[in-house]
Each structure stands twice: as structure tokens, then as C-alpha cells.
Design a protein around this ligand. Structure first.
Ligand code: 9MR
Length: 357
């Protein structure tokens, strides 16, 4: 006979009469890490994480953010999917809220992101919009948006993810089709520079450490754009780390990047133990954890070894595991960030602290 709902609800209490309520909860809880001292006090550079409007109403997120962070990156509010409406109308209100929160609490803000291949195609339709209107609206968007926060932003991801997925060349997109492959990027940097001359302007990309060819294509692109006169002021390496890459690969990329002499931003660090689309990993949790800690430690060491003027900031994409897009979207549940749900130190936190020395 199928148990009734009433039976099921009563069952746990009947099954474990010898355990107190406390014991039962304790056995289900994961091992807790040690207390995490404020990262902004430990790191020799700004420590950043992301913020979104709904988090501004959460007391625990605010407390942890103010404890650890000296910089904030809006995770979503500054993307065209939020800021740009039909007919080239703008709505910067959510962006204003995140920037205002940071300003009121003494955090510097890193803007993310102005021009991104994955955004804006519905309004900037390169098939129907005359080329001169496209170019005029492109300029107006960048100068209006960046100019709105003139003097308030530490830096901006002006162009995000321009390199092809596998690192073979650059991405074809509505921007490149209308304004030219290098042309759309040079133009975006020029517009941003004119709108806020003091902000550090970044070219931001992912998988640079994970796929050496992509790292090389990206650095060649930076060099070429600089020669073309683009006022690029910094390199953003998102560092959504693949913890399985060989030891040394991260260090090599960081050294190659550093040779350009620009400030570097570890801009979106996270490090899931199981990556989407991979075969299930049958190694023990301890083995995977050791691999995760080793790669995060390598990244932190390579970054901390940079000259001070090249360490723009060290930013994780979310502060605690529960703030991670990977956890929110069900892509990871295995501590992809430095702090656990309660703000205690995950093993990777210790690796970052050790890298500081
Ligand atoms: O974490 C972000 C998620 O909440 C958004 O839905 C998504 C689309 O706007 O973007 C995520 O952040 C991405 C970032 O902007 C660029 N690099 C990859 C990040 C993770 O997908």
C-alpha cells in the first residue's frame, strides 16, 4: 500500500527516535570552513564581487559585501538587455541603484559591460538599420551610458568577449558586420574615452587561461587595437577557471598578458569542480578539491606576482557560493567561490590568502 502524505510527514520522526533534532541536522550539514577575514584587508589590491538590485535588499549580502569587498561589478544591470529598449530608449535606473549603493558605501565600481556580441541585436538590427543610423546610435549609447557615470567608475568593460569561442579569430556579430571587425572595438574605446577620460577602459574575455590559443589571439588583438589607436587601459581576464588545465598554464598566460604593460583585472573568477557538458568525474571529492585549490592558488600567485601598478583588481563572480550564477542556474553546487553560504572560508579562500604570502 502506498504511504499517505501524513505517513510520510511523520516518518522521519519515527525512524530516528534516538537522535535529538540537533544531531540530525548536524549530520546532514557539510563541514564548515574557518572564519574568513576580510579579503579587502588581506589582498594587496582591490577585491571585488558582483552586485544586483535584488541583493541590495538582503541584509546578509550587504554585510558580507561590505566586510570583504572594496569594489563592485553590476552583474546584470548594465547590460543592453536591461538598459536598451525598442526605438533606442534607455533605462539606467537599475544600474543607477547598484552604482549608488557602491558610492554610498565607499566601494569603487567596475562597469560591466558596454558592448557585447550577445546583446543589443534586437534593437541594433544590422540587416534593417541604415549604416549611418547604426553608427550614430552606437556612439550615442556609449557616450550617454559612460558619460552618465563620468568620474564615478574605476573602470569599464568596454568590449566584452570579442574572440571566437575556440580562439580561431574573432566573433562575427552585429557590431562587426555594421562597423568592421576591429572598427567596432576602436570606435567603442574612443567613445568611452571621450565620455570618461579617467576611467580605465578594458577589453574583457573568458577562457584565456583555459585555452592557450584563445589567450594568444586575445593578446594579439589587444596589441593590434592599441596600434590602431584604441585607448585600451587594461586587460580583463574573466577566469571562469577550468580546474583541469595543466599546472603552469595560468602562470604562462598571466606572464604573457603582463608583458603588454597594462593593468590586469581578474574580472569574473569562479572555479566549479564539475564543468557543464563534461562526463561525470568519478574521482574522490578530496582529489577534485585538491585540484581546484591548486589552480586557484596558481592564479592568485600569478596575479599577486604582477607589479603593483598592473594589479587593477581581483574579482570573483559572486561573493558566496549562493551568489554564484552557476549555483543559481543549477550548473554547479560544489563551492565555485571563495566563501560558503554563511560567508565562511572555502578551501580555495586559503589558497588565495597563501598566495598573498
Ligand atoms: O552572471 C550573469 C547572469 O546572471 C546573467 O544572466 C548573464 C546574462 O546577462 O550573464 C552572466 O554573467 C556573464 C558575464 O556578464 C560575462 N561573462 C560570463 C558571465 C557568466 O555567464
Amino acid at each position: 500500500m502506498k504511504p499517505s502524505r501524513r505517513d510520510l510527514l511523520a516518518a522521519p520522526l519515527l525512524a530516528v527516535p534516538a537522535l535529538s533534532a540537533c544531531d540530525r541536522f548536524a549530520s546532514a550539514a557539510p563541514a564548515q570552513g574557518p572564519e574568513a577575514l576580510p579579503l579587502k584587508d588581506i589582498l594587496p589590491c582591490p577585491f571585488g564581487a558582483t552586485g544586483m538590485t535584488w541583493q541590495l535588499d538582503q541584509a546578509d549580502w550587504i554585510a558580507q559585501t561590505l566586510k570583504h569587498c572594496s569594489q563592485l561589478t553590476p552583474e546584470w544591470e548594465q547590460k543592453m538587455e536591461r538598459t536598451l529598449g525598442p526605438g533606442f530608449t534607455y533605462d539606467f535606473e537599475p544600474s543607477d541603484r547598484v552604482v549608488g549603493f557602491a558610492r554610498d558605501n565607499g566601494l569603487r565600481v567596475h562597469g560591466h559591460t558596454v558592448i557585447w556580441y550577445s546583446q543589443g541585436a534586437e534593437v541594433f538590427d544590422d540587416a534593417t538599420l541604415p549604416r549611418d543610423r547604426f553608427a550614430a546610435e552606437y556612439d550615442r549609447y556609449i557616450s550617454t551610458f559612460v558619460g552618465r557615470y563620468k568620474g564615478q567608475m574605476a573602470g569599464w568593460d568596454v568590449v566584452n568577449e570579442p574572440v571566437a569561442e575556440d580562439g580561431e579569430g574573432l566573433r562575427d556579430c552585429h557590431w562587426s558586420r555594421a562597423l568592421g571587425m576591429d572598427g567596432y572595438m576602436v570606435r567603442a574605446f574612443e567613445q568611452a574615452k571621450a565620455a570618461d577620460p579617467d576611467a580605465v577602459l578594458f577589453l574583457n574575455e573568458y577562457n584565456l587561461e583555459n585555452i592557450p590559443k584563445k589567450g594568444a589571439t586575445f593578446l594579439k588583438l589587444v596589441e593590434r587595437l592599441l596600434k590602431l589607436g584604441a585607448p585600451i587601459g587594461g586587460i580583463g581576464t574573466q577566469s571562469h577557471l577550468d580546474i583541469e588545465i595543466p599546472a603552469g598554464q595560468i602562470t604562462t598566460f598571466m606572464r604573457d598578458a603582463a608583458s603588454l604593460g597594462l593593468p590586469i583585472h581578474v574580472s569574473e573568477l569562479d572555479f566549479p569542480m564539475q564543468r557543464e557538458g563534461r562526463m561525470p568525474d568519478l574521482r574522490s571529492v578530496a582529489d577534485k578539491r585538491a585540484q581546484q585549490v591548486a589552480r586557484v592558488g596558481e592564479l592568485a600567485e600569478a596575479f599577486m606576482a604582477l607589479p603593483e601598478r598592473q594589479r587593477y583588481a581581483f574579482t570573483t563572480w559572486g561573493l558566496r557560493d549562493i551568489d554564484s550564477w552557476l549555483v543559481r542556474e543549477g550548473k554547479s553546487s560544489d563551492s565555485p567561490l571563495l566563501l560558503d553560504a554563511e560567508g565562511r572560508a572555502n578551501p580555495a579562500y586559503q589558497a588565495v590568502v597563501a598566495a598573498v604570502g
